[in-house]
Design a binder for this molecule. Sequence first.
Ligand SMILES: [Zn+2]
Ligand SMILES: [Zn+2]
Length: 160
Amino acid sequence: MLASPHTMATCKTEQMTTRTAQCACGRLRVTVRGEPLMVGVCHCDFCQKRSGSVFAASACFGDDQLVEIIGEAKIYNGLKIDGVGTAAGGGSVDYFFCPMCGSSVYHVADGLPGLFVDVGNFVDPDFPAPKSELYTNLRHHWLSSVPAATQFQTLPTTLE
Ligand SMILES: [Zn+2]
Ligand SMILES: [Zn+2]
């Protein structure tokens, strides 16, 4: 591990939590301030494949919460390339990943403000819990639902 993955010191002036998400090799880092507007888990086939894990967890931060992005990112947007390999909703989403180690770090959806940071990149066991779970129809049988999170079998119309 190249740098401390834990929550960084709070802002001296604003007493607001600042967190840094980083890729596996540490070259791509996103620092955000304040609490996430939304935290969600997605079990869709695209999120399983893009993350290599059995579900993806992401946290939405407003544009005004972004402190800085350090390092080079490559962008994958299946819809813009050939319409294949798109997010479950079929929308245009830019996925930013580290060209060196390949970690997915954050994504930006067309028409939606803010950025969605993949929660695992914070390596923070105390990170706020998800409030919603999408595509529970693809949740692996050995996983239980997140307590108190709203469950959606597929994609709720209210979120996209
Ligand atoms: Zn990397
Ligand atoms: Zn998904």
